[in-house]
Design a protein around this ligand. Structure first.
Ligand code: 0L1
Ligand code: MG
Length: 268
């Protein structure tokens, strides 16, 4: 059962959900939700996100996993926040390795390199630990997340971002999946190249000291939402570095030590 406490009425939730859904589907920037609801809380943001997830599932989208966001200091600094967040991932957001992504379907596309986890056991909060996450991990793989803040001129705050499903837009998994116990995820290096130039680099420890800590955090937030993480979930642990803006014509490749690389390019 959800433990969220909302200040919103049912009408507020439906109206804000429809606003976010319209912005996502029509690639149309909107004002951050706190412009209208300055007292909006993070719980309010998750209530709107839950409604969006329900609507997408009713429309036939399949929930394939979750993403932890704002889990590295570089990302938090870039966005001016100090708390991580979570969002859901559906089959409609998945993009094959090497694909061309249309920028005209997005508002402010940016890319992040992330370590993703594929689980093989259910995980449940509120006290999930990184050790439990690793025990429930089938394998890890490299991923690129394409985030897309739908808010005008990036003028957003955490509450609005959470309602907007943590800026989730597309994701690409690939590279060389590996068993997590064969690797030291804290020290795995990652380099993000755009058009052949290195634009960001970092290591797994940038994500909450260990990417499995970010997944445990995600499971504990899911408990608040009244959800568990089922076996067979794809979970992205959060950008290792700051996000990098992309435009038509750009090609991006994320290279990971021991995990191979993932690439994607952008067209009009
Ligand atoms: O994936 C994430 O780190 C979430 C980012 C949310 C804020 C943004 O749009 O950068
Ligand atoms: Mg991310």
């Amino acid at each position: 059962m959800s433990k969220l406490e909302t200040t919103f009425t049912r009408d507020d939730i439906v109206r804000l959900c429809e606003r976010v859904e319209g912005a996502q589907k029509e690639a149309r920037p909107i004002y951050k939700l706190t412009e209208e609801y300055p007292e909006m809380t993070m719980d309010d943001g998750y209530v709107v996100q839950n409604e969006l997830r329900k609507r997408f599932i009713e429309q036939g989208h399949k929930l394939v996993g979750w993403k932890a966001g704002l889990t590295s200091k570089a990302k938090m600094k870039q966005m001016g926040v100090d708390v991580p967040s979570i969002g859901f991932l559906t089959d409609k957001m998945a993009v094959p390795e090497g694909a061309k992504v249309s920028v005209s379907e997005l508002v402010h596309p940016r890319v992040e390199c992330e370590i993703a986890f594929m689980t093989n056991q259910d995980l449940e909060g509120p006290n999930c630990t990184a050790k439990q996450v690793l025990a429930a991990t089938d394998y890890v793989l490299p991923a690129i997340e394409i985030i897309d803040s739908r808010f005008q001129k990036f003028s957003f705050d955490l509450q609005s971002v959470i309602a907007d499903n943590g800026s989730s837009a597309r994701f690409v998994g690939g590279g060389r999946p590996r068993y997590a116990d064969e690797l030291i995820l804290r020290t795995i290096g990652s380099v993000l190249e755009k058009n052949g130039e290195i634009v960001e680099m970092g290591a797994g420890a940038a994500v909450m000291d260990h990417p499995a800590e970010a997944v445990a955090m995600l499971v504990n937030i899911l408990h608040k939402l009244g959800e568990t993480l089922p076996a067979g979930s794809f979970v992205m642990s959060g950008g290792i570095t700051a996000a990098v803006a992309v435009e038509p014509g750009d090609s991006v490749i994320a290279r990971f030590q021991h995990l191979g690389s993932v690439s994607v390019s952008f067209v009009e």
